[in-house]
Design a protein. Structure first.
Length: 403
């Protein structure tokens, strides 16, 4: 059977399914893609579906405000028409899609349903020339949580950051970037290129001269310094940004992670960069190393609310209960890992979270329960850091020393 739908419709259908996966089922955007785009064959169309859904999540409160302004009776949060309108409106208002291309590919998704309503609201918004605010509005519960933790300035900086995807940050195995790349360096071994740069086509990528890693994500491994052949456990290591940094800094790295698929990416990354690490597939809560080690980096599983620019889904699906559960896991992992360290060794704990329950609170509970450890250094990276250069992910990191 030949479908009469316009060619771009499957990508929009996948975008609606992605929104549904995040907002109604609480799934991460990235992991929902395969299922949502199951009938989308071309990689470009999958990428388009992802980009539309991600942009709708960045702009959700503002899109909903427009929809509410144009409807006499407020649509339910999970109404089919609201989902279709979010996907239709975000395209001309934030992605530069011509309005007719946006609406003609969305209307087939509501055939036999609220087609007239979707068409009417979309047309009204276009005719009235409504726009989205330059600085997006954060979801109210998230703004309230971050305001209580960090204050109004941080909430405002976070809102400014979410307006666009981040620039491309590279980490280099060798000091100093190759001269062919023109960007800004914010730290030794770091180079920032404009957003949208295609990393695989850069000179030096195939030869493994660098890997993609946000400037903030490169901070935890820097806290361990040069390895000089000493042994480090990289716990929760995949896909391996910190493993590569540690190997490049002269550590003998054992990388442990429970996810086989993520470890496969780590192995690919090592293969491309020519760096070495022992790879172990294991649950950190069950595994034990054969002997005490010189250093440990625990980049623990977390809410990932610090990387909301890349993963705007976290703004809509991470709730306080999940944050509390993750903080508990982090504390348990930290307590377990601490016993594997030689006296004098360093233990780095990090999370890409913007929740103090996951960073500061876990580190202070650990420090209070382990007098044999000293907190030597800690850093909280908040939205607003490096803003003039394009921003940075939010992180918490701490280095403890075993006395
Ligand atoms: C923040 S990511 C790690 C990022 C990585 N360190 C890097 O720099 O590329 C957290 C990782 O923890 C892993 N993980 C979660 N629970 C785990 C467990 N119980 N044991 C081992 N790994 C676990 C996940 O598979 C995920 O790869």
């Amino acid at each position: 059977m030949i479908s009469a739908d316009p060619p771009g419709t499957p990508a929009r259908r996948a975008a609606v399914r992605l929104l549904d996966a995040v907002l109604r089922r609480g799934l991460p955007l990235e992991s929902a893609l395969d299922s949502a785009a199951r009938d989308v064959a071309r990689p470009e169309d999958r990428a388009l579906a992802y980009a539309i859904a991600a942009e709708a999540l960045r702009r959700l409160p503002d899109l909903d405000a427009l929809i509410d302004r144009a409807t006499k009776q407020r649509l339910a949060e999970d109404a089919k028409a609201r989902f279709a309108l979010r996907i239709a409106l975000v395209q001309p208002l934030a992605l530069g899609t011509p309005p007719h291309a946006a609406i003609s590919t969305v209307l087939p998704l509501v055939d036999g349903g609220p087609r007239r309503l979707v068409h009417g609201v979309f047309g009204a918004a276009m005719r009235a020339g409504w726009t989205l605010p330059e600085v997006p509005t954060l979801p109210a519960d998230v703004a309230c949580r971050w305001r209580a933790a960090w204050g109004e300035d941080v909430v405002a900086a976070a809102a400014r950051l979410i307006a666009s995807p981040p620039p491309l940050d590279l980490s280099f195995a060798l000091p100093g970037p190759p001269p062919a790349l023109d960007g800004i360096s914010l730290a030794p071994g770091h180079l920032r290129l404009p957003r949208g740069t295609n990393v695989t086509s850069l000179p030096g990528f195939a030869e493994g001269r660098f890997w993609v890693q946000d400037i903030s994500a490169s901070r935890p491994a820097r806290l361990l310094g040069e390895g000089h052949g000493r042994i480090v456990l990289d716990l929760c290591a995949a896909p391996g940004g910190k493993t590569m940094q540690l190997a490049a800094a002269g550590w003998r790295v054992t990388a442990v992670d429970s996810s086989e698929s993520r470890l496969a990416r780590l192995a690919d990354n090592l293969g491309r960069t020519g760096l070495a690490a022992e790879i172990i597939t294991a649950d950190v809560m069950r595994w034990t190393p054969p002997a005490p080690v010189d250093a440990i980096l625990l980049d623990a599983p977390c809410s990932a609310t610090g990387i909301f620019r890349r993963h705007p889904d976290v703004l809509h699906r991470v709730r306080p209960r999940a944050i509390a559960a993750l903080a508990q896991t982090q504390g348990a992992m930290l307590a377990r890992a601490a016993d594997w360290l030689k006296p004098g060794g360093a233990l780095v704990y990090s999370v890409c979270s913007l929740e103090p329950e996951e960073g500061e609170a876990v580190a202070s509970a650990f420090a209070a329960s382990r007098p044999d450890f000293t907190l030597e250094e800690s850093e909280r990276i908040l939205p607003g850091a490096h803003e003039e250069a394009g921003g940075a992910d939010a992180f918490y990191l701490a280095r403890f020393r075993r006395n």
